[in-house]
Write a protein that binds this ligand. Structure first.
Ligand code: 3PG
Length: 306
């Protein structure tokens, strides 16, 4: 059995070593394609693969057609909007993710970026503190739950809105539940987005929502770039010069955003939320184990293309 790790953004070495150990024990061969720059390299590498471990790497029908032996793709991470699920299902390929495994890393980045922003990028002027401030979480999945845990320790006032109308986890955790996304945006000074990219969520963070934010509001996006209505965000933030946009996903029209928002737009040069040794080890090893369990015992627990 040949398992290809195809990661444009590589895992930490510890993670690759841990994956190899799991695969060695199962007598599987590990193949490694890291830091590739052309799709042709991926198309070439998948030719012999029975299984594929990826991160945000795009796996479309062309990649699948180049891989005649491919039976399983595991996205070492949470979001699988980079995989064409329909194409996979049509070809009988199982797609899985590793939910929760990199969530703490993303949550910690939220606070790193937030503090840098509200302390005015350490420019010598007085910033403000998180204690006592209202934090609203859009959705309450694994990353949001970790954000809430950290925010609780910082003495923040936490609330959340469940777009899928499943508020029980929010209630069980003891936080305030909003009835609508509009309420979430109006009520909180800091709004942190934790929704996946789906046809329903794309462009769903609109001009009106952003305009309704409280004075000196901060919108934090460590989820996906395309959930933002980019035109709406730039227009709203141009009108509301008190607002900040903090993100791990650069806007498509990045240069225009820098020009329009200046220092109120804080971004990472490359998506960094899950880029820690711990998250790489957690997600990478889970992915390898899920592949072995799938081939050996037919386990499909985290299949997402059912
Ligand atoms: C995820 O969906 O798991 C995160 O966005 C992390 O993505 P990455 O593995 O590409 O860093």
């Amino acid at each position: 059995m040949k398992v290809l790790i195809a990661t444009e953004k590589p895992f930490a070495q510890e993670a690759v070593k841990g994956i190899k150990d799991i695969l060695d024990t199962a007598n599987y061969e590990m193949l490694l394609l890291e830091r590739y720059t052309e799709k042709a390299q991926l198309l070439d590498a998948v030719k012999v693969a029975d299984a594929l471990i990826i991160r945000s790497d795009k796996v479309d029908s062309e990649v699948m057609d180049a891989a005649p032996n491919l039976k399983i793709v595991v996205r070492a991470g949470a979001g699988y909007d980079n995989v064409d699920l329909k194409a996979a299902t049509e070809r009988g390929i199982v797609v899985m993710n590793t939910p929760g495994q990199n969530a703490n890393a993303v949550a910690e980045l939220v606070f790193g970026m937030l503090i840098y922003t509200i302390r005015n990028r350490f420019d010598g002027t007085s910033g403000w503190e998180l204690m006592g401030k209202k934090l609203g979480l859009l959705a309450f999945g694994a990353v949001a739950q970790n954000v809430a845990r950290i925010a609780h320790g910082m003495g923040m006032d936490i609330s959340s809105y469940s777009p899928l109308n499943r508020p029980q986890k929010i209630i069980d955790a003891g936080y305030h539940v909003h009835e609508s996304i509009q309420d979430l945006f109006k009520y909180n000074q800091i709004v942190s987005l934790h929704i996946p990219s789906t046809p329903e969520t794309r462009g769903s963070i609109t001009y009106d929502l952003i305009m309704s934010m409280r004075k000196n509001g901060v919108l934090v996006n460590t989820a996906r770039q395309d959930i933002i209505d980019e035109e709406g965000l730039i227009r709203a933030m141009t009108e509301r010069t008190d607002l900040h946009y903090v993100t791990d996903l650069k806007l498509k029209d990045h240069e225009r955003a820098i020009e329009a928002l200046g220092d109120r737009y804080l971004f990472t040069p490359k998506k960094m939320g899950a880029q820690t040794k711990e998250a790489n080890v957690n997600a990478g090893l889970a992915a390898a184990q899920q592949i072995v369990d799938f081939f050996v015992d037919g386990v499909k627990k985290y299949q997402v293309n059912k």
